[in-house]
Structure formats: structure tokens, C-alpha cells
Design a protein around this ligand. Structure first.
Ligand SMILES: Nc1ncnc2c1ncn2[C@@H]1O[C@H](COP(=O)(O)OP(=O)(O)OP(=O)(O)O)[C@@H](O)[C@H]1O
Ligand SMILES: [Mg+2]
Length: 280
């Protein structure tokens, strides 16, 4: 099952369209969930106080519109809707426990004007165990390419597997981007590197990671894209020409306490195409 969270915003409509298309590609049912945040209504009341119907009516309409949109775009997909009360991020996270994938818009109805990604979708990208896809409102033409970020940590393997599957289902090219930068040795400026050797070693990192999956998906055309750049710059630039950008939730540099590595967090915010965050 694929879950799409909707709040009636433009980006959440884009999320429903993306989720319905993916459900069609993967032959999975789609469940559209709207969470009515009752926390304000319940201030000063008992937690089990009865909720007035007016509080739920708007939510039902949001679901109705989303369901119509999904059915219109993908008539073959089995669509269900669910209206739940609670805190949106908590409820969606809990619903995602037995889902294949969770899809959310990059923004919702709240937030401040300059926010790139809302707190609900950021929370989901950092906590949910199944792949989380964050969809921006802009509608971009199909490009026939899926981009995946590769680093030298085993944490990126599930992201790679997801990216191969998406590329295969779409008949798209898979661009495996590995960006590297030489460390700045402030106290040893005279250390010299053989750049050809460094480049060859970096390319080998990508080849090693792709070896097994490449064998399992012989039909997928892969571009090995090794760049000397910051990974956020390399990935957001590649995303300009992609239908989907796939990253792991963590890389080698992750602090134990961070829920989302800095590269993943930044590409979720800055890439224009949909971004899938895949947890190891
Ligand atoms: N109440 C909700 N029920 C279901 N999905 C939701 C709900 N609120 C948000 N979402 C999902 O999360 C996406 C992002 O919305 P989010 O709430 O994170 O951003 P925002 O409203 O712009 O900012 P914030 O709420 O942090 O002030 C939405 O497009 C939607 O997919
Ligand atoms: Mg919101």
C-alpha cells in the first residue's frame, strides 16, 4: 500500500497525483489520509471530549477532492480514504508502519511564506522507515531520468535498490551521482594528491556499489556521474533534469543523533523534482 497525506494544499494535490501514478506503476493500492488536528479544539477540554461535526466536515471534503483527483488520473488504481484525528506528523508516521511508501507535499497550508519544506513532511522524511517521497507543487515535464546519490557507506544500498526499481518501472536512465571533495588540510597545506588516482578511486566507489544491483537489473541504463563538487550542489543540479531524486537518509558523515543527514535534508529542501528518502 502507498499512503498519501493530504491537507488540501496545492503541494499535497501534487503528492496525490504522484502517489497515484506510482501505485499504478507498482500495482499497489493507494490510501489517502487526512489528519484533523484536534489539539487546538481540545485545549481546556477532556481528551475524549466529543468533536463537533464541523471540525470534521472540511477534512471529508479534502479527502473527497483528493480521491476524485486520484481516480481521474489513474482509474485502474484501487483508492481508499481515511479521516483520522490527532497530530498530523504522528498519525502519518504511525500509519506508515505497514506501508510500502509514504508520499507528502513539500508544503502544506501552514508554515511561513519563505519555508521550503513544511514541518510535517520534514518530520516524516526523518522518522518513517519506509521510503518517503516529498513532492513539490511545480509540475515538471518528464525527463526520462532517475538520479540517485551514491556515497561510500553501506547506508545508501536501500536507496540504490529503490532507484533501480523506479528506473526500471519507468524505463528511465539511472544517473548515479557521486560527489567528492578533497579535505582542507589547514595544518598540512603541502600534502599533495595524485588527482588521477583520487578520481579513479572515487569511480571505483560507485562501481562497487552498483555491481550487484546492476546484475539484477540488466535492462536499466546507468550513467556513472562522478564529480568534484559538494554533494548537495551536484544532486540538486542533477535533479533539474530528473523525474525523481533518490537519497539515503544518512551517509558516512552522519552524526549518530541526526535523523536525516545534512545532504538528504538539504536536497529535500532545494531539489525541484520529487525526492525519495530511503532509510537503511
Ligand atoms: N493534516 C494533515 N493530514 C495529512 N497530511 C498532511 C497534513 N498536514 C500536512 N500534511 C502533508 O504534509 C505535507 C507538507 O505539509 P506541512 O504541514 O509539512 O507544511 P506547511 O503546512 O507548509 O508548514 P507547517 O505545517 O510546518 O507550518 C502536505 O502537503 C501533506 O502532504
Ligand atoms: Mg501544515
Amino acid at each position: 500500500m502507498i499512503i498519501a497525506g493530504v491537507d488540501g494544499s496545492v503541494a499535497s494535490r501534487a503528492a496525490v497525483e504522484w502517489a497515484a501514478a506510482d501505485a499504478a506503476r507498482r500495482d499497489l493500492p493507494l490510501r489517502i489520509v487526512h489528519v484533523v488536528d484536534t489539539s487546538w479544539y481540545l485545549v481546556g477540554k477532556r481528551p475524549d471530549a466529543p468533536l463537533p461535526d464541523t471540525l470534521l466536515r472540511g477534512g471529508r471534503q479534502v479527502l473527497q477532492e483528493a480521491e476524485t483527483l486520484a481516480r481521474e488520473r489513474q482509474p485502474a488504481v484501487e483508492v481508499a480514504t481515511e479521516l483520522v484525528t490527532g497530530r498530523p506528523a504522528d498519525v502519518l508516521r504511525e500509519r506508515a508502519v505497514d506501508a510500502e511508501e509514504l508520499v507528502a507535499g513539500s508544503r502544506g497550508l501552514g508554515g511561513f511564506a519563505g519555508a521550503l519544506v513544511g514541518s510535517v513532511s520534514m518530520h516524516l522524511a526523518g522518522h518513517v522507515h519506509c521510503p518517503v517521497v516529498v513532492v513539490h507543487a511545480a509540475h515538471l515535464p518528464a525527463q526520462g531520468e532517475v538520479v540517485v546519490g551514491v556515497d561510500d557507506s553501506p547506508e545508501c544500498e536501500p536507496a540504490l535498490a529503490y532507484a533501480y526499481e523506479q528506473a526500471e518501472l519507468r524505463g528511465a536512465t539511472l544517473r548515479a551521482v557521486h560527489a567528492w571533495q578533497l579535505p582542507v588540510h589547514a595544518y598540512a597545506p603541502d600534502i599533495v594528491y595524485d588527482m588521477d588516482e583520487v578520481r579513479a578511486a572515487r569511480l571505483q566507489v560507485v562501481r562497487d556499489r552498483l555491481k550487484t544491483l546492476g546484475r539484477d537489473h540488466p535492462k536499466v541504463n546507468v550513467i556513472e556521474d562522478v564529480q568534484s563538487a559538494h554533494p548537495v550542489d551536484a544532486l540538486t543540479a542533477a535533479a533539474e533534469r530528473a523525474d525523481l531524486l533518490v537519497v539515503g537518509s544518512h551517509g558516512r558523515g552522519a552524526l549518530g543523533s541526526a535523523l536525516l543527514g545534512s545532504v538528504s535534508r538539504n536536497v529535500v529542501q532545494h531539489a525541484r523534482c520529487p525526492v525519495a528518502v530511503v532509510r537503511a
